[in-house]
Structure formats: C-alpha cells, structure tokens
Ligand binder design. Structure first.
Ligand SMILES: [Fe+2]
Ligand SMILES: [Fe+2]
Length: 177
C-alpha cells in the first residue's frame, strides 16, 4: 500500500526546492573556491561548510519524498556564478540567495497550510528556523567585510579564527580547515 501523508500539490514544489538547495550548494562551492584562491582559508572554510549545509537541505527534501513514497525528481541545476569582483560581491550574492530561499520556504509553508498538509508544515518549520540562522550569519559576515574593507580581509579571517558565541562561528569548534 502506498502511504503518502503530504499533499499531491506540494510534491512538484518540493522538486523545485531540491533544485534551489542544490543551486545554493554549487554557488557556495564556487565562492569557497574563490576565497581559497585568494588565500583566505577561513572564508573558504565558511563557504565550504555552507555548501555542505545546502547539500544537507536538498537531502532532507529528498528523504521526505522517499518516506512518503512520492515521485522524486531532481531538476537540472543552472551553473553558479563563478566570477566575483571582490569579497563583498561574493557575500552580497550569498545574502541575496538566502533571502530568496527564505521566501521560497515561506511560500511552501503557505501552500502546506492551504492544503491542510500538517506533515509538510511540521517538516518546513525546521527550515524556517534554519533560514533565520543562515540569513543572520551571512548578514553579519557581510557587515564585517564592509567594515574591514576589501583590502583588509585578514581582519575578517582573524575574527573567523576566534571562538565566538554567534551563529557566524557555528561549526568552528574543533576547526581543522
Ligand atoms: Fe538551504
Ligand atoms: Fe542556506
């Protein structure tokens, strides 16, 4: 017997969201490579970690579809932006992407509510909190880069190397790269 607890209407929207999360995964890989090439290893590590998180987000949606015996479709992913004027440009792009994804999550949640799809609604609550964390972390990083200026990014590197109680340093503990 096929057991599906999520609404049929939301399934294609979840497919689209898998694409969006994978798009973010690729974009953050490209940004990590950019910082690696600029000899800014802490910034590179920050974006590598972000990339891994995005992959994890895509996997969560995928698993929800599998658990519901729903159709799994992974859409084709556009190539990420590979060239950046400077650090501020790369991080601004990340913040814009996070804000866009937040909107996407909110409209998925609206649809789940319209459909009385409580399973999807509960599933999406985790993402609502996650987006707040990510938007705030990237926003802090952007402010820091703007304050330091593109010429003094070693100050930002220095900050990222320190243990810090904010989201920005999330996952820094036991930092090995
Ligand atoms: Fe994400
Ligand atoms: Fe994200």
């Amino acid at each position: 017997m096929k057991i599906t607890l999520i609404s049929a209407k939301i399934v294609p929207e979840f497919h689209r969201q898998i694409g969006s999360e994978l798009e973010a995964f690729l974009q953050y890989l490209a940004i990590a490579a950019y910082f690696e090439k600029a000899a800014l290893p802490r910034l590179a590590a920050y974006f590598s970690r972000q990339a891994e998180e995005e992959r994890g987000h895509a996997m969560r949606f995928l698993q929800l579809l599998v658990d519901n015996d729903a159709e799994v479709v992974i859409p084709s992913i556009p190539a990420p932006e590979g060239e950046f004027r400077d650090a501020e440009h790369a991080v601004t792009l990340s913040l814009e992407r996070e804000l866009r994804v937040t909107e996407e999550i909110h409209s998925l949640l609206r649809l789940a509510r319209q459909e009385n799809d409580f399973t999807s609604e509960a599933f999406l609550h985790w993402f609502v909190k996650e987006q707040l964390e990510e938007v705030s972390s990237v926003d802090q990083l952007l402010k820091m880069i703007q304050r330091a200026g593109n010429q003094r990014l070693l100050l930002v590197e220095d900050f990222l190397a320190r243990p810090h109680p904010t989201n920005l340093a999330k996952g820094e503990e036991g930092e090995g790269g």
